[in-house]
Ligand binder design. Structure first.
Ligand code: PBG
Length: 328
């Protein structure tokens, strides 16, 4: 055959493949989500997410030390609150679970970038991200509580607030509340294009936060990509530092569209259902866990995400560390 361009020439050896590789993962751009629970020395396994645990603050500190030494510099905290009520009182308790965990991490690993999920669902009996009044998930009243929650995290020393509630106007309101109280250095990683997805199922199991009804009146319709662009633009106007697309795998096209249209840093959330699918298929011997994990994370990066929230952060970082300087 008389071929001028033979693509296989650049696939012959591992060093050659390495030189033309277009996408590299780095532990530095992985963010590990952690579930905070009460007590001491508690590592409570999460049935719906094999390999993940609800951890007490002292265990989280140990986890952060390990993550940091692997090059993972960021964690995202969720409270597993046993105390729930109609109005999410515990969400803004200065001595609450998440607030205390922030202080403990900052005391032990000061440079760890501590991020916190801001939404009311772990703290409400109805499991919604906002307040429910007369059967409706109300917007502006919810935003007031979210601002209180964000401020309590800022007072505890958080680096980035991550509002995941999808209420209108919350990024601007939180930005203002932080600035007025002297927290202009605290960043906002906005869950900007967050879809009403079944892939959050295992997470809701972990936090016992399954909602009564559904979240479709505030989370986005999975069919919409143009709407994601408007949500992203809106959150950036309101002061978001980083915008997020969530989930990741069924929404890679959205990540790419956002990457092409905006210069802001982009995060993608490789959510609990995406994690559970790989882990359970691997447990059954249907997939190679590590290869599936790395291929998935690489695809999210290739689509255009800068940083990835993933329950695989520690495992992927360990593999990346071992691979660094060798040829694959
Ligand atoms: C809460 C929240 C959810 C997730 C992150 N923050 C669940 C939901 O919106 O119902 C999902 C994370 C995951 O599935 O890994 N607002």
């Amino acid at each position: 055959m008389d071929l001028v361009y033979r693509p296989r020439r650049l696939r012959r050896t591992a060093p050659i493949r390495g030189m033309v590789r277009e996408t590299e993962l780095s532990p530095r751009q992985l963010i590990y989500p952690i579930f905070v629970t009460e007590g001491k020395s508690v590592r409570d396994p999460i049935d719906s997410m094999p390999g993940q645990f609800r951890l007490s603050a002292d265990e989280i500190v140990r986890e952060c030390e390990e993550l940091y030494s692997l090059g993972v510099g960021a964690v995202n905290l969720f409270g597993f609150s046993a105390v729930k009520d109609e109005v999410a009182t515990k969400s803004y308790d200065p001595e609450g679970l998440v607030q205390n965990a922030i202080r403990e991490i900052k005391g032990a690993v000061p440079d760890m970038c501590v991020q916190t999920d801001v939404a009311l669902d772990p703290y409400t009996t109805h499991g919604h991200d906002g307040l429910v009044i007369d059967g409706e998930i109300v917007n502006d009243e919810s935003v007031e509580v979210l601002c209180k929650m964000a401020l309590s995290h800022a007072e505890a020393g958080v680096d980035w607030i991550a509002p995941s509630d999808m209420m209108d106007g919350r990024v601007g309101a939180i930005r203002k509340a932080l600035d007025v109280q002297g927290f202009s250095h605290v960043g906002i990683l906005a869950y900007s294009a967050k879809y009403a997805s079944c892939f959050y199922g295992p997470f809701r199991g972990a936090l016992q936060s399954a909602p009564s009804g559904h979240k479709k009146t505030y989370q986005m319709d999975p069919a919409n990509a143009r709407e994601a662009m408007r949500e992203i633009a809106l959150d950036l106007e309101e002061g978001a530092d980083v915008v997020m697309i969530k989930p990741a795998l069924a929404y890679l096209d959205v990540i790419t569209r956002v990457r092409e249209a905006f210069d802001a840093p982009i995060a993608a959330y490789n959510v609990s259902g995406e994690y559970a699918m790989v882990v359970s298929a691997a447990e059954k011997g249907l997939l190679d866990r590590d290869q599936a994990m790395m291929e998935m994370l690489t695809s999210i990066k290739r689509a255009g995400a800068d940083m990835i929230l993933t329950y695989f952060a520690k495992d992927a970082a360990a593999i990346l560390r071992a691979d660094f300087g060798s040829f694959k």
